[in-house]
Design a protein around this ligand. Sequence first.
Ligand SMILES: C[S@@+](CC[C@H](N)C(=O)[O-])C[C@H]1O[C@@H](n2cnc3c(N)ncnc32)[C@H](O)[C@@H]1O
Length: 435
Amino acid sequence: MKLRIEKPVYGGAGLAHQTEGKDTGRAVFVPFTLPGELIEANITEKSTGHDEAALLHVLEPSPNRVKPECPHFGQCGGCQYQHADYPAQFAIKQEILRETLERAGIVGLPEITVHSAEPWRYRNRIRLRINSANGSLEGGYNRRGTNEFLPIQHCPIAAPLLWRAALAFKEIGAEASAAGRCAREAVEVEFFCSDGEKKLQMTVFTAKEHAGGFGELCERLHSVVPELAGAAPAVIIGKAQSRKAQKTKPLTGWGTDGFLYSVAGEDYWVNRGSFFQMNRFLIDKMVHVVTKQRTGQLAWDLYAGVGLFSRALARSFEQVTAIEIAGTDLVSTFKGPGKKAITSTTADFLRAASIQRERPELVVMDPPRAGVGAEVCSLLAKIQPQQITYVSCDPVTLARDAKVLLDSGYHLTELHLLDMFPQTFHMETIAVLKR
Ligand SMILES: C[S@@+](CC[C@H](N)C(=O)[O-])C[C@H]1O[C@@H](n2cnc3c(N)ncnc32)[C@H](O)[C@@H]1O
């Protein structure tokens, strides 16, 4: 059927309405299309409220349509927007952000300030699936919309060092040595590089404990990729629906457990498995936007990770308290006069703080995709910090949480869109709420 794409929807598709047949007027989501395009598509799936369709032909292309840089685009589950030039990707994300907030009932939005950088080779971390067949290795990602293995020759959004390491790992996997045998036991491998690609960390995931040779594998890889600073094997325990839910048993590693990552004049110790922002070109900017011109007595950094914002805030606040559920490293690195790190859930911390009637001038919160949720919003509404800076990687949960905070007396004064994930539908938003 022929469809005219009206607008983009969150997730990467374009929205159209059917103009023929019994389902005339029904909404259809078509991936790899752009607003304004006339396309031909086939319905592939019926969902509640809309159908999903596959693009067959672009009959009238958008002026923003470009040839994708990656040969795997369309098949690989990683990228959704390589068919759009970069300014168009940006415009799409702004429109989606604005619409998502308005749909949640948030009106009178401030202008969205946009921040972007180099849209390729930006990722400082990749995790590849490994397929070992006939004595050699293939690295790959998930085929789009499935758990199927898709062999990948090159990933143009990964930092060059990560791909150089992946190729070297693959070559070692073809060797008859102990290192080669050990590489062939891998089911997944993760590479993480520091700023300026100076250092590299590797995690090798296996289905069962290595029979041996891990040290040899690391030494061999180090001989061709001297940036390798540390590595560890990890055994995947049981079967999980997603990587997030996956449990692993970490084993003794090789070299260091992490490295120093420099951001905006601060050196952060990041362990290989710890969360760290992934766009190596925009982390400085992100810290700047979150912490600039904020001064006072007390600031809280909730969901603090390795303390990316806490450290910068400690320069301008008398006291900064960082809260992190997996806070072991943070507690040992974020200390000294005016600095406190607490291993706790945000909700537990806020419950105790609200009883003690603590009231910071600034709360920075950067939760995982699920957002902060109703309880954290209602505790914050009770504590009433002067300013809440909400860093979000999901506009839908941001809109839900922001609406609760706005209804409790806050005003949305700044909105920033940081394109931390070019070529994909993901976006990072910084929303500033003041009383
Ligand atoms: C998106 S990351 C942000 C980390 C940090 N702000 C940064 O930019 O590097 C979210 C962090 O929240 C932590 N986390 C997840 N659930 C939490 C909870 N309920 N309470 C506190 N921290 C939590 C995770 O371990 C992770 O480090």
